[in-house]
Design a protein around this ligand. Structure first.
Ligand code: HEC
Length: 145
């Protein structure tokens, strides 16, 4: 039985080695080598929860037909579009063009949601907002871990 104990101990030790190697690789490769790249990623981490809250705000304002609230919530997303274009994902980092392209689509979809809401075209605004959600999902599929 002594052997089994040794094997378990060895397996555990190797397991923790593998884990710390993985953590190290994550630290150096995935989070970028420079402080600037780190800051760009941090920006993304801070921006996304706000996107989530703002998008939920647009959705509930559309449900209630409160057009002013639609505009206020949508503006929070629009205001950070320039920052999103400058920020950096963890995955597929090299496909910057695609990242910016999807961000532009997001900008267009949010803008048309607002334009239609301002025209009191509730149905149209809801359709436009569906595009917004599709854009969030498209970017996550490609660029989120
Ligand atoms: C151009 C790309 C892009 C678009 C568009 C985008 N996201 Fe994200 N989102 C990301 C990436 C990349 C992450 C992973 C962030 C990270 O790991 O730093 C993320 C993460 C998140 C998270 C998890 C929180 C986090 O920091 O990991 C939420 C919530 C989120 N996004 C919501 C949204 C919503 C809602 C929209 C649309 C209104 C949206 N996102 C649009 C790229 C995008």
């Amino acid at each position: 039985m002594k052997k089994v104990g040794e094997i378990i101990a060895l397996t555990l030790a190797m397991g923790s080695l593998t884990l710390s190697a993985a953590a190290f690789a994550h630290g150096t490769e995935k989070h970028g080598k420079t402080a600037a790249a780190g800051a760009q990623m941090k920006k993304l981490h801070e921006m996304m929860p706000m996107f989530s809250v703002a998008a939920a705000g647009v959705e509930s304002a559309l449900e209630k037909g409160e057009m002013t609230a639609v505009e206020i919530e949508a503006d929070r997303i629009l205001d950070s579009i320039p920052d999103l274009k400058k920020s950096k994902p963890h995955k597929n980092v090299k496909q910057r063009k695609k990242f910016v392209e999807i961000t532009t689509k997001l900008e267009e979809a949010v803008t048309s949601t607002v334009v239609l809401a301002k025209k009191d075209d509730l149905a149209g605004a809801k359709v436009a907002f569906k595009k917004v959600e599709e854009t969030c999902a498209a970017c996550h599929a490609k660029f989120r871990d």
